[in-house]
Design a binder for this molecule. Structure first.
Ligand code: ZN
Length: 205
């Protein structure tokens, strides 16, 4: 009961005018972003484990991409639609959503989850030679197997080629992260090159 199916209604032509093909393209972009985010997240976790750095439990939204060959009523495409409808399934947002960054704003955080996600963003920025930046980092706290886990969804990317889909500001978006990110003790512990100096630490939880 944690999941909800999602599809795009407005990706260019305005509400009600999106075609099945456009819907599919927008969803494929999002799925690509989510998959690469999930992959990078795993690398980040592995690194934290190797470096013995304590990070918060973070997970990427689960992907169940389903292609309906017979158009369902809910897709609103009508019985004559020939394209398949593509759905993305992600955590249902009954829980409160916490935003950790926006499209062009990457504020420093002083909570463990925020510090973890900021360090993850730094990891992504560094690991792909500053060609990729995570934006609109948001998540909900979900109890998975007894462990409170932040499940991320709807993450946007800024790419040097500006080809990741909705919300990609290209080099401008990358630059915003590069000038705003403040490193934490976690960035230091993970061995990242420090950018824009480091946040002063207070040793309390
Ligand atoms: Zn950093």
């Amino acid at each position: 009961d944690l999941l909800v199916a999602k599809r795009f209604f407005n990706c260019g032509n305005g509400v009600g005018e999106v075609t099945a093909a456009e819907n599919k393209l927008a969803l494929i972009s999002e799925i690509t972003r989510l998959k690469s985010t999930a992959w990078l997240l795993q690398q980040f976790k592995d690194l934290a484990s190797v470096k013995n750095v304590d990070i918060s439990q973070i997970s990427a939204a689960s992907l169940f991409c389903e292609t309906n060959f017979r158009t369902s009523k809910a897709s609103g495409l009508g019985a004559s639609a020939t394209d398949s409808a593509v759905w993305l399934v992600e955590p249902r947002r009954t829980k409160s959503v916490e935003k950790y960054s926006s499209t062009l704003f990457h504020p420093p955080r002083d909570d463990q989850i925020g510090i973890t996600l900021s360090a993850f963003a730094h990891y992504v920025y560094s690991s792909d030679n500053q060609k990729l930046v995570l934006a609109d980092i948001q998540g909900s706290l979900v109890n998975i197997g007894g462990i409170d886990t932040v499940v991320l969804f709807d993450i946007m990317h800024h790419t040097s080629e500006q080809d990741s889909g909705v919300g990609d500001f290209g080099p401008e978006g990358i630059q915003m992260f590069a000038t705003q990110h403040k490193c934490s003790y976690m960035c230091v512990g993970l061995g990242f090159d420090i950018i824009n100096g480091q946040i002063e630490e207070e040793e309390d939880e």
